[in-house]
Each structure stands twice: as structure tokens, then as C-alpha cells.
Design a protein around this ligand. Sequence first.
Ligand code: DP6
Length: 349
Amino acid sequence: MSEDAINICWRAPSNIALIKYWGKKDHQLPINSSLSITLESSSTTTSLSFRKRSTKGKKIHLKYYFHDQQHLIFEEKIERLLDDLCAEMPFLTDFELDFHSSNNFPHSTGIASSASSMCTLALCLVSMEELVSRKKLTEDDFFRRASFIARLGSGSASRSVFGGIVTWGYSPFISHSSDEYATPFPIQKESRLNQLWDLILIVSTKEKAVTSTSGHLMMNDHPYREGRKIQAESNFRRMVEAIGEDDFQTIAAIAENEALSLHALLMTSSPDGLLLQSNTLHLIEEIKRFRTGTGLELFFTIDAGPNLHLIYLEEHRERVLSFVKNSLLRFCEDGQWIDDKIGSGPVRL
Ligand code: DP6
């Protein structure tokens, strides 16, 4: 391998879960299967430049730049992660590693930036591994390994490795599924689900009081933990069936049940995590009223924060956009929203 620095660059999208991953077991494994839609636009781009060190070090040597500024908090976090990853990727300490990362969506807007950023990090590392080991993986093995590595950084990142609809967690209903990595969920070419749009309504851009990682921890001794596992597995199975049958109404009902269940779990955690805001509730009421009045196919979902994702079919786009502008943006911070849709997954640049 040459002494010059080698560059690798990946762009990866975020994703929005319809069946929520909430609660962990062992080392970054989920207590239930989850299912998400990979987004198209909201993404992170990360480049990794690596150069052989003159002497073999014992510790990781890295610099981490976010939007061209060295970011010491992220740097420390990534350093800890890569230290742990050395058991999997022992070559990491032989190189100086420079990461440059940027998001194309604002921070704290209800889009999981850890999903897209950990996904790009994992893709860069697995590309590096291929070069260093001079072993080319098959496409399937490459993305499966990237999903496995991404999961160790952030659970939801394991799903961003694939486009379309993606599951993570072992389920008897999904072939090749595993707790260790995500699995793409094929949808029929003619399915209307290939034309899902996600309009993200930004209720607040303030840092969340409860991070996802601390929320997962609160599930460890949550009084409803066992009940949640049963509910999630049942919702997952019904969601998989509904997607197979292109049954939008059932998909919508389960997704909304999941979003509200996630917040019910947060509110009944100790200490409580009340993340919904009054404007989130106004949005829910308006969306339900609009759906009842028009019969349009749309639903909401919410991650661990106050912002709301309005998911709808492309054929309703015009009517949804005018509904949003006329009735929903007044509940958003400075009228902010993001226009996104189902996407085809990461791209090597
Ligand atoms: C509510 O993947 O952010 O968005 O594994 O600790 O990084 P860590 O957690 P994270 O949790 C995501 C939780 C969620 C639901 C989901 O995306 O499935």
C-alpha cells in the first residue's frame, strides 16, 4: 500500500422508523425488531482520508471535522467508538485517520443525524477494510458488514445502509434477518409505497432534553418493558403483512400507534421524558381532522422529540402541500419544514 493518503467518501441518508427501536439488550442489540423508510434528501456526507503511520500505535489516531471545523466532542465520541471497533478492525491503529463530515439538514430538526452520520462512517471503514486487506467483498457482504459496523455506532444507523423499506432485528417473518444488522425489505415495483413522501414539520429546533441513547437506557427497568416487546413484535408482524398487501390504512394505523406508544413509554420512564409539545398535539389533531374530511392516504409518525413526520402518497402531493401551508406551518418554529421522500440508499462519491 502506498505511503500517500487514500481518500474514501460516502453520502448516506437518514431514515424514519415506522416500527420503533426502543430499548436495548447486550451490546447495541435491539429488544424488538424495527422497520423504517430510508429518506432521499436528508443526508450526511463523510470522507475518510487515511495514511500509514510510521510506527504502529496502540491507540486510534484521528481528527474529526464537522462542516470543516475540528469538532472535539464528536472526535472523542468517534475515538471511543473506533477504540471499541479495534477488536473487529485491528488495522485501524496502523493509520492516521482524518474524517470530514457534513449534514445537509439542520441539527436537531427531528431527523436522526446519528443514523446518517454513523452510516457514512461505517461505509468508509468497510471500504477502507477492503483496501487494506485487499479482499473485495460481494455487494451483499459489503452492505451487511457496513450495517453491522453502523449498528455498533448507533442502532438506527444500521438501517440507513439500505434504500427503500428496511428492517432490523431477527424476525421469523423476514428471511436473512438478524439482531446484528439490518435487512432490506423488498417491495413490489408497482407498489404505491415506492412513492412515499415524508414532510417533516419542525415544531422545535432546541436540543432534546432526553437523548435517544438515554431513552433506551430507561427501558432497562421500565415497568412496561415486557409488554412493549410483545406489542412491538405484534405491530411488526402486522406491518410486514400490511406492506406486502399494500394496505395503506393498516400501515398508517400501526405507524401512529408506534409513535404514540414510544411517547407513552418516554412519559412513563423514570425520570420522565416528556418530549411532545403542545404544537405537536395541535398538528396531530389537524392531521386527523384533515384525513377524516378528505379520506386522503396520509399518517404521522414522531421520533424521540417534538417534530412530526407527515407521510403521504405522491398522488396526494398537491393537496397535502396546500393543507400544510394553510393549516400546519403555524405550529412550526419559524414555519420550518423539510420536504423529503423514500430514497434509494447510500452513494459512494
Ligand atoms: C426513536 O439509533 O438514535 O429514533 O443506538 O443509542 O444510537 P442509539 O439510538 P438511536 O435510537 C433511535 C430511536 C428512535 C426509533 C428508531 O429510529 O427506530
